[in-house]
Design a protein around this ligand. Structure first.
Ligand SMILES: [Zn+2]
Length: 152
């Protein structure tokens, strides 16, 4: 029997490994899809601006279809987990800011001196935690006035 891959499985396939970063991106992407609702007009395009380069970005390319090739994924490095979503032709940006304490916690795992097996277990725990957190404990969601510009 042929079973469709879940969106999470599609993201992992594309990304090439399972990690806390891609779990973060997946949650951001799914929350954004829900908050954005339908495309305002057929020719409107979704642009995404990320404030840090990380594994998370690959989830935005799969779930939100904001691909690097089309210039729809804009990266402006400020080392903050802030993601902005914008439909072209509108004047509103959906801004998702990840809880800084969650990011600090994930960064602290990287600094532990663990063997590969322990590291894998810690990562799996972190992924479980990220995927099951309440939205309000995971991020702040805001609507801000503004526009994003496509690259190129
Ligand atoms: Zn990764």
């Amino acid at each position: 029997m042929c079973t469709e891959k879940t969106p999470w499985e599609q993201v992992i396939d594309f990304h090439g490994h399972t990690c806390p970063g891609i779990a973060l991106g997946y949650r951001v992407a799914v929350i954004a899809q829900k908050e954005l609702g339908l495309r305002p007009t057929p020719d409107s395009e979704l642009l995404v601006k990320a404030s840090t380069h990380s594994c998370a970005l690959d989830a935005l390319q799969i779930i939100n279809k904001a691909t690097v090739g089309r210039g729809a994924l804009i990266i402006e490095e400020t080392h903050e987990h802030i993601y902005q979503f914008y439909f072209t032709g509108t004047q509103a940006i959906l801004k998702i800011t990840l809880d800084p304490s969650l990011i600090d916690q994930l960064a602290s795992i990287k600094q532990l001196n663990l063997n590969p097996r322990e590291k894998q277990n810690k990562n799996l725990e972190a992924i479980q935690q990220i995927l099951s957190l309440e939205e309000t404990d995971f991020c702040t969601i805001e609507q801000v006035p503004g526009e994003l510009t496509k690259i190129g």
